[in-house]
Each structure stands twice: as structure tokens, then as C-alpha cells.
Design a protein around this ligand. Structure first.
Ligand code: GLU
Length: 484
């Protein structure tokens, strides 16, 4: 930490899609660096070749782009500590593993799969027994010359304790006697996560390791690697678990059974990246001296600090996310909102529907874009009519009074000189005055006849504008005949 610049990283394994928990880790790691004017790295941890998923790396990179989490070093961004994809760094890991063998902190292990299997109990549980820890150097040489398969293991101390301080969880200690001699380099020459992330974090100058708390108790092993190399340990920031709540109120680790859990699925469901980022920023963190809930990513960079992190598990609440999203949709400028809403509306509505007008009516009424099809069913279909909808106490309307209004208005509307909200409103108001009716009673009759449901976005004349003249008149006609 020579130049005092904070450096953090996000180190996902491309083994699936971007889970919300991973995105939160990326976000906090990024915010920690940026809150202190530091640098942020993306490193792809793809050494578990069996679990690789095609396209997952691209999804990670796209997600970071869409959420505004921009990295200073990493695939595509370059940087002086590359390559940033672990499978391209195999020689580096071998070199550093050799250093630990030379210094007595690691050793070759030639145990066969059968022998390791025999160490397990009935339940298949059993750790390594240190069989090759103290092999005679001549035997090691001979085995290597004979080309015997091997792994390289970390030589754990047999006594004492290893401790470190975690910024969220405090002091973490473990008895060294509980530590198994874990594999650093596998038989296929690939390193394990347990080893190579330490080498990379050091070589890449990472000062603060931010990650999920599933690594809390294995971190002493990583600390021992730093110590063995004589490297300065990083600051550790382990994050609380992210939980989900099922329909019965039971809380467990956030998974598919709770709903969409990947960033992409949430986006496909109509959530805005800014709203997702804002919401997940608050899942385990809150600002120190305020109750502020709405944050842009730039505001988060200002406000974030480790002290605001909580160690209690955070529960992902889809309702709360919906609420955030609806607030973000409301704040969207019309052109951005239309760019998202209009394609959906144009696909669902016939040519005669004024989708721009409909979009405007929905702007403050949807929580997610995927609400649109349901919200506009009354437009895309002629719903079954329930004639009790014509009865409205406030406007003193009944099916009979509404029928009279509809019959009167049909010719007036047929002859309407123009079909926009203001002129239609004036026309109906004049009609109401001429009949000494309340304007509200006239509007009620027309709105019900057009929308055929209790609540519609927009009133009678707005709906007429949405439907256009032909469809409006057809709907009023149909309503009249249904009232016979
Ligand atoms: N590749 C590890 C994971 O995806 C990274 C853990 C870490 O950040 O150190 O869980």
C-alpha cells in the first residue's frame, strides 16, 4: 500500500449469470474504491474449468457497463497488472507455488485418488492427513522424474492460531490444528481459488478485499499464504448474506425460489438498472448520517463508507424494489420513458390506438414495464361489461341515466369537429350544461362505456383520444346495446 491508493476488485467466476448477490459485491467493492479516489479491478476467475458457462463472462461485463460500475483495469480495459483472466496466468501461479515449496510452506503430494478416498468416513467426509508433508526430497525428485501425477499443497502450521481483523465482522481466529493442507495447484496444473486469488490480489496491488461472507472462515488460510510470501495482508471486508423471503415468510439464502435473482432477469422483467443499483446498495449498507433513500451511482460514490455496512443478513424484498422502480420510472424524462414503453405498446395495440397518449397516461401508473400488458388489457380487448359499474354514488349515476347520456352523445361525438382531449371535454361539458346534468355524470357514463372496467388510467376524454374516433364510437354503441 505504498502509494496509499485504495485498490479493490471484483473477481467473479464465470459460472452462471450475474446473481444479485454478486452484483452487490461488485457494487460495494467499486464504491469503496471510488469513495476514496481509488482504483477498481475486474478479474475473471475461471480456473474451475468444469463449471464454466459459455457467455457468462460477457454477461458480467455487460452488467457492469449497464450499472455504471466501470473498472479501471480488467478484460477490455487493460492495465499494467494483466492479464486479468486467471486461465491466462497459469505460469505465474506455478512460479509462486514453487517459491512456497522452496521456502518450506508448500509441498508436492503424490497421493492417489484411491488413497484420498480411503481417508473418508461413511458419510464421505474426511480431510487430508498430511501423508506427503514430510516426504524425503530424494523421493520427491524420483517421483517427479517418473512423471507421477501430483498436486501442490499448502503446509499449514500444526499449532497456534491464525487471526485477522475483518472490517465488518471484527476479529476472526482459527486454531491452526483445524486447517487442512489445502491444494494450491491441482493435478491438471490449474491452481485452486484458494491459492491463485491471493497471488493475484497481491500482484495486482489489491489493498481491500470485499466479498461474500462465505469466505470469512477460510480467510485465515489466505492470511497464512500472505505471511508465507512475506506480503502485506489486505484489509478484509466480508459482506452479510443476502436472503430472500418465501410466500410463507420463511427466510433463506436468496435463490430462484424467491423470484428473479439475476440482474438480467430483473431487467427483462422491466426493472431499470438505476433502480436495481439503488435498491441493492441499501441491502446491507445505509448512509451514516441521513435517511436518504434515493441515490445515483455518483451520490453513492460520495456517501459510501465501510462504517455503514451491517453484519446482519439483508432480505431482498421484491415489493420494495417495485416501489423503487416505480419512483424511477416516474422520474424518467419523457423521451427515455417512451423509448421503453412505446415499443411494448406498439406491439400490443392495433394501428388506430394512440399509443403515445396511452404511454403518457401510464407513466405514473406502472411500477415495472412488464406491468403494461395487464394495465392495457382494457385497450387490447373489449372486456366483459358489468353494468353495475354505471352506478356511481358521487355522480348520482345509474345504468339508466348512463344509457340516456350515451344515446345523446353518440351523434354529438359522431359530428365532433376535432378529436382531441380539450375539444372533446368542451363538447361533453356543453352537453352536460344543456341537459342540466353534472359534467362528472356524463364523463362517468362515457368512461365506463369505453374502458369497461372500474378504474382506468385517464378519464373519459383522454380515453377517447387513446381509442380514436372509430373505436370510441363502436364501444359506446356496444355499451348502449348491452344496456337494452
Ligand atoms: N471467484 C470467487 C467467487 O466468485 C471470488 C471470491 C473473492 O472475491 O475472493 O466467489
Amino acid at each position: 500500500m505504498s502509494d496509499n491508493i485504495i485498490k479493490t476488485r471484483f473477481a467473479p467466476s464465470p459460472t452462471g449469470f450475474m446473481h444479485i448477490g454478486n452484483l452487490r459485491t461488485a457494487l460495494y467493492s467499486y464504491l469503496l474504491a471510488k469513495s476514496k479516489g481509488g482504483k477498481f479491478i475486474l478479474r475473471i476467475e475461471d480456473t474451475d474449468q468444469v463449471r464454466l458457462v459459455e457467455g457468462a463472462q460477457e454477461v458480467i461485463i455487460d452488467t457492469l457497463k449497464m450499472t455504471g460500475i466501470d473498472y479501471d483495469e480488467g478484460p477490455g480495459a487493460g492495465g499494467e497488472n494483466g492479464p486479468y483472466i486467471q486461465s491466462q496466468r497459469l505460469e505465474i501461479y506455478k512460479k509462486y507455488a514453487q517459491k512456497l515449496i522452496d521456502s518450506g510452506h508448500a509441498y508436492y503430494c503424490f497421493c492417489t485418488a484411491e488413497r484420498l478416498e480411503s481417508l473418508k468416513d461413511d458419510k464421505g467426509i474426511g480431510g487430508y492427513d498430511g501423508h506427503c508433508r514430510d516426504l524425503d526430497p530424494d523421493e520427491v525428485r524420483k517421483n517427479l522424474e517418473e512423471g507421477k501425477p501430483f498436486v501442490i499443497r499448502q503446509k499449514m502450521p500444526l499449532e497456534g492460531t491464525t487471526s485477522y481483523y475483518d472490517e465488518v465482522y471484527g476479529e476472526v481466529s482459527i486454531d491452526n490444528s483445524e486447517l487442512r493442507d489445502q491444494i494450491m495447484i491441482k493435478a491438471d496444473g490449474y491452481p485452486t481459488y484458494n491459492f491463485c486469488h491471493v497471488v493475484d490480489d497481491h500482484l495486482m496491488g489489491v489493498t481491500h478485499v470485499v466479498r461474500g461472507n462465505e469466505y470469512l472462515t477460510s480467510t485465515p488460510k489466505y492470511c497464512l499464504l500472505y505471511d508465507a510470501f512475506g506480503w502485506e495482508r489486505p484489509v478484509y471486508v466480508h459482506l452479510p448474506l443476502l436472503m430472500g423471503k418465501d410466500s410463507e415468510g420463511n427466510v433463506s439464502k436468496l435463490s430462484k425460489r424467491h423470484g428473479a435473482v439475476s440482474f438480467q432477469d430483473l431487467v427483462n422483467d422491466g426493472y431499470l438498472p438505476e433502480a436495481i443499483v439503488n435498491y441493492i446498495a441499501l441491502l446491507g449498507w445505509c448512509p451514516k448520517d441521513s435517511n436518504q433513500e434515493f441515490f445515483t451511482i455518483d451520490e453513492l460514490k460520495q456517501a459510501f463508507s465501510i462504517e455503514g455496512l451491517s453484519k446482519s443478513p439483508a432480505v431482498f424484498d421484491y415489493e420494495k424494489l417495485r416501489w423503487f422502480n416505480s419512483e424511477y420510472i416516474k422520474k424518467l424524462p419523457d423521451d427515455e420513458y417512451n423509448a421503453k414503453a412505446l415499443p411494448i405498446l406498439n406491439e400490443l395495440c392495433g394501428d388506430n390506438i394512440n399509443t403515445e397518449k396511452l404511454a403518457a397516461l401510464l407513466h405514473t401508473r406502472i411500477s415495472v414495464f412488464s406491468d403494461i400488458p395487464e394495465q392495457i388489457k382494457f385497450v387490447t380487448e373489449r372486456l366483459d361489461m358489468d353494468s353495475s359499474l354505471y352506478t356511481n354514488k358521487k355522480n348520482k349515476t345509474t345504468p339508466e341515466s348512463c344509457k340516456e347520456v350515451l344515446i345523446d352523445c353518440l351523434p354529438l361525438l359522431t359530428d365532433a369537429p376535432s378529436w382531441d382531449n380539450d375539444s372533446l371535454f368542451a363538447l361533453l361539458k356543453d352537453y352536460a350544461a344543456s341537459k342540466e346534468k353534472k359534467a362528472g355524470a356524463v364523463m362517468w357514463a362515457i368512461r365506463v362505456a369505453l374502458g369497461r372496467q372500474a378504474v382506468t388510467p385517464g378519464g373519459a376524454t383522454e380515453l377517447m383520444e387513446v381509442f380514436g374516433k372509430e373505436e370510441s364510437l363502436a364501444r359506446i354503441q356496444q355499451a348502449v346495446s348491452e344496456l337494452d
